[in-house]
Design a binder for this molecule. Structure first.
Ligand code: DGL
Length: 274
């Protein structure tokens, strides 16, 4: 098991922020990342449809003998995590609970803002997870549907996005939250802008690091940490355009995104791991 890869997927490039944290924390692990950019973004889609996509991707990952799957997408976590954890017999990790734990660890006044896609916010997944861990917490949620497109256009500041962001975030800032969860893979690209709007005293939580920590905990508990001395292999697969994925992927992850392989679910590429 130790030498098997970790499978990570998202609706596109956003989940690469989680891969960044995984590489930093677990550099020896082999990683396969699949970005479903042909069908992403998932945020505006129906949860049932996203559940079906997630299942298709996890089945594909199992074909590569992954030892653990990370659903590195808030929308797909909201739609599919519970079912995936029930139906697959390898560990499946989502990004919502790690973010919630981090937020509750940071908040002093227990007033927590949650931002995310329409699907994520409508699912109530963050609210439920927060209340389960701290029934006294107050949650102020807001879908921020336009952020993903802005980030993917590389427009992370400027008059237009500032106006939109104020509309989304001013109400939760006014409600006195001291912690805001960036409940979407793209929002860490907007931290400077979001911080300006909610104020310096508000902690912004992105779940990438906490998710990587959870993966490490699980692998350690199972005795599945790869302990070979070599750096792990990383493969980047995309269901859509590899060129666009590479360009955006470098913005989310860094120079490690070099070769991107275009995949379809009925023709799996050969990937080798030693
Ligand atoms: N990865 C998605 C998420 O974290 C954002 C992009 C999308 O809508 O698919 O919710």
């Amino acid at each position: 098991m130790k030498n098997m890869p970790i499978g990570v997927f998202d609706s596109g490039v956003g989940g690469l922020t989680v891969v960044r944290s995984l590489i930093d924390r677990l550099p020896r692990e082999h990683i396969i990342y699949l970005g479903d950019d042909a069908r992403g973004p998932y945020g505006p889609r129906d949860p049932e449809e996203v559940r079906r996509f997630a299942r298709e991707i996890i089945d594909c990952m199992l074909g590569f003998n992954v030892k653990l799957v990370v659903i590195a997408c808030n929308s797909a976590t909201a739609a599919a995590l519970e079912e995936a954890q029930r139906d697959y017999n390898i560990p499946v990790v989502g990004v919502i609970l790690p973010g919630v734990r981090a937020a509750l660890g940071r908040s002093r006044n227990r007033r927590i803002g949650v931002t995310g896609t329409v699907l994520t916010i409508a699912s109530g997944s963050y609210e439920r997870a927060i209340r389960r861990l701290d029934p006294r917490a107050e949650v102020f949620s807001r879908a921020c549907p336009e952020f993903v497109d802005f980030v993917e256009r590389g427009e992370v500041d400027g008059e237009h996005i500032v106006e939109i962001a104020k509309g989304y975030l001013a109400p939760m800032a006014g409600a006195g939250v001291d912690t805001v969860i960036l409940g979407c893979t793209h929002y860490p690209m907007l931290v400077e802008l979001i911080q300006r709007i909610v104020g310096d005293g508000v902690a912004l939580i992105s779940s990438a690091d906490e998710t990587a920590e959870e993966v490490e905990d699980i692998l350690e508990r199972l005795g599945w940490v790869r302990n070979d001395n070599s750096v792990g292999r990383r493969y980047f697969l995309a269901t859509g355009d590899a060129e666009r994925f590479t360009e955006l992927g470098q913005m989310f992850l860094g120079p490690e995104v070099k070769e991107v392989i275009e995949v379809s679910f009925d023709a799996r590429p050969e990937l080798s791991f030693d």
